[in-house]
Ligand binder design. Structure first.
Ligand code: OGA
Ligand code: MN
Length: 286
């Protein structure tokens, strides 16, 4: 098999062909790792992966992150779980239904995961697609004046699914999030620890407010940033097929999910790779 990497043609992402993730040479892994840093999202089709296979591939990127928020949903010793609307292996799935707004995984923890790997087992005929948005591109295309306003600002991110039917702790939700919900403050513009590139690190689902600004400016700025970062030009729209494994970089990619019929079975398996505390980006010297 010859490994090929073909850009999706959308704002980000590439399709990888000619590879079996159960049996990946070090040389091929090195190529994939480079391609992942370049394209931010990699799509592998027609994979046949057990949970151990999926964890094995993920752990080549770094130590696996334990399931933290939904620990009782974890399988395989704590590092995997099902995003599913059916029970799998005796476990309830998480995020079983509905649309999900754009977000990055675990931004409400001090140390969010660097990578998420989602593997499709059963998917609806229509809907339940996952959208991926380029957070480097979003930052780079902001007006100069707005970019200059953002350097050094921090944002509060909260995970409050229970308290809001849209699953949001975000600014659009109105009201105050649950005081016990997991939360973390992170820079609005982060520096990717490997590529060094600046990325816009706020999202409509979980970013509640900007610190270091008054509430009116916070709401106005966040509204502008959310609308900007979700434009189609930054998005790759993934329609799942069983056997797809998608790997994305939470340090420079947002993702969202489209609605689907709750009667249709949707079962995906998720593994995440531990990350570092996000660091603020600084303007390039001029
Ligand atoms: C996730 C997630 C989207 C989906 O697992 O973090 O956001 O399409 N999933 O189910
Ligand atoms: Mn997610």
């Amino acid at each position: 098999m010859t490994l090929t990497i073909e850009p999706t043609g959308a704002g980000l992402g590439a399709r990888v062909r000619g590879v079996d993730l159960r049996d990946l040479s070090d040389a091929d892994f090195t190529r994939l790792h480079r391609a992942w840093l370049d394209h931010q999202v990699l799509v592998f089709e027609d994979q046949d992966l057990s949970v151990e296979d999926q964890m094995g591939f993920a752990s080549r990127l770094g130590p696996l992150e334990r399931v933290r928020t939904a620990a009782d949903h974890a399988v395989a010793g704590g590092a995997a779980m099902y995003v599913a609307n059916r029970r799998v292996d005796g476990k309830e799935g998480v995020l079983p239904e509905g649309e999900m707004l754009f977000h990055t995984d675990q931004c409400y923890y001090e140390e969010p995961c660097q990578a998420t790997l989602l593997y499709a087992i059963e998917v609806p005929a229509v809907g339940g697609d996952t959208l991926f948005a380029d957070a480097y591109g979003a930052f780079a295309t902001l007006d100069r004046e707005l970019r200059d306003r953002l350097w050094g600002l921090r944002a509060l991110n909260v995970y409050d699914y229970a308290g809001n039917p849209t699953g949001a702790g975000g600014a659009g939700a109105g009201g105050e999030p649950d005081p016990d919900a997991p939360r973390a403050v992170h820079p609005v513009v982060i520096r990717h620890p490997v590529t060094g590139r600046p990325a816009l690190y706020v999202n409509r689902l979980m970013t509640v407010r900007l610190l270091d600004t008054d509430p009116d400016e916070s709401a106005a700025l966040l509204g502008r940033l959310f609308d900007h970062q979700e434009q189609d030009r930054f998005v790759y729209h993934h329609r799942w097929r069983p056997g797809d494994l998608v790997l994305w970089d939470n340090r420079c990619v947002l993702h969202a999910r489209t609605a689907f019929d709750p009667a249709a079975r949707r079962i995906l398996r998720r593994v995440t790779v531990r990350g570092e505390r996000p660091v603020a980006a600084a303007p390039a010297p001029s």
